[in-house]
Design a protein around this ligand. Structure first.
Ligand SMILES: Nc1ncnc2c1ncn2[C@@H]1O[C@H](COP(=O)(O)OP(=O)(O)OP(=O)(O)O)[C@@H](O)[C@H]1O
Length: 306
């Protein structure tokens, strides 16, 4: 697979603030690349630079193997995007907005437009004016507009903002199907890490403008640590008991009622000890480290540069 987006040593400075610092990243053709980072990490700024909406202060960006600065507008015809909140002609209907967008992109395919509105669940509201749309409906329309031309590359900044659980699931399935059936490459940011975990092939973790990690989901799953999570009626007492009885045990209190025990095969030893001390076990489950754990460890641990 070839790289469809490459950033080399990209920095963006606004006055005296460096909001993106020396970022190098690679998005391969046909993959879903999940962009994670706390508020203000620089995700939107990087997406804007890829779309040539903002110029980098330093460094190189190549899209489809060509430097962005040398590209003609034609390269934008191969990209669908949502950056921040999508904006529409609010007095026009969903259908009219789609038509205008297609005309602007030099693409008119009525069947595809109908199919796309169906894919995002908006067929029944196609003639409604956008000013009467809810936030979630506008978000769906933004996604429809981004994918109607079946672009080679999709850049989606927080596309599931404001969607209800069914909408989130529909969009998740839609993105996976675009990757699997149309070979679309997708760069997506979201604060809903569990959603990214379900669809991404590669992850980039950004914090304070620096790319801390670039890693495949396969790699994250391979290294995922197994642990037992216990919900208890007295976590502090449980921690004292475990400390005394099993001095070598690796465990961590994670919330006022939760405790995690790592690297243990026989959980009965622990549960028996807790029950003997009259500690109530409200819930117990065996889990793997999630992408959220990886993200928290990377950002809070201030992981090394990718
Ligand atoms: N035009 C601008 N002028 C000055 N500073 C800016 C400008 N645009 C963004 N910034 C700053 O750049 C930093 C990164 O912003 P950016 O929107 O890229 O972050 P983000 O990771 O997308 O955040 P969020 O998850 O909150 O959307 C922020 O500190 C922001 O205030």
């Amino acid at each position: 697979m070839s790289d469809i987006i490459v950033l080399e040593g990209v920095t963006k400075q606004y006055r005296d603030a460096e909001v993106v610092s020396n970022v190098s990243m690679h998005v391969q053709e046909g993959e879903i690349y999940g962009f994670l980072g706390p508020n203000g990490a620089g995700k939107t700024t990087i997406m804007k630079m890829i779309l040539n909406l903002v110029k980098p202060t330093m460094g190189n960006i190549r899209v489809f193997q060509e430097p962005v600065l040398n590209q003609s507008v034609a390269y934008l015809r191969q990209i669908g995007s949502i950056i921040e909140t999508p904006v529409f002609y609010s007095r026009l209907s969903a259908w009219e907005n789609m038509k205008l967008h297609c005309a602007y992109m030099g693409y008119y395919d009525q069947k595809k437009m109908e199919e796309t509105l169906e894919m995002v669940g908006l067929s029944s509201c196609r003639d409604k004016v956008v000013s009467e749309f809810s936030l979630g409906m506008k978000q769906r329309l933004g996604i429809a507009r981004a994918i109607v031309t079946r672009p080679r590359l999709l850049i989606l900044d927080e596309p599931i903002n404001g969607l209800d659980p069914m909408g989130i699931r529909q969009i998740r399935e839609l993105l996976v199907s675009l990757r699997d059936n149309c070979g679309t490459t997708i760069l997506i940011s979201s604060h809903i890490i569990t959603e990214i975990e379900q669809i991404a092939d590669e992850i980039g973790v950004l914090d304070k403008g620096r790319l801390l990690r670039e890693v495949s989901m396969k790699e994250i799953r391979k290294d995922a640590v197994q642990y037992i999570e216990l919900e208890l009626d007295d976590v502090q007492k449980a921690a004292t008991v475990l400390d005394h009885r099993f001095p070598e045990l690796n465990f961590r209190v994670i919330s006022p009622s939760g405790l995690r025990v790592y690297g243990i095969e026989d959980q009965t030893l622990i549960t028996r000890a807790l029950v003997q001390e009259n500690i109530g076990i409200l819930n117990m489950s065996c889990k793997n480290d999630s992408l959220e754990d990886y993200f928290m460890d990377t950002v809070i641990g201030g992981g090394e540069h990718a």
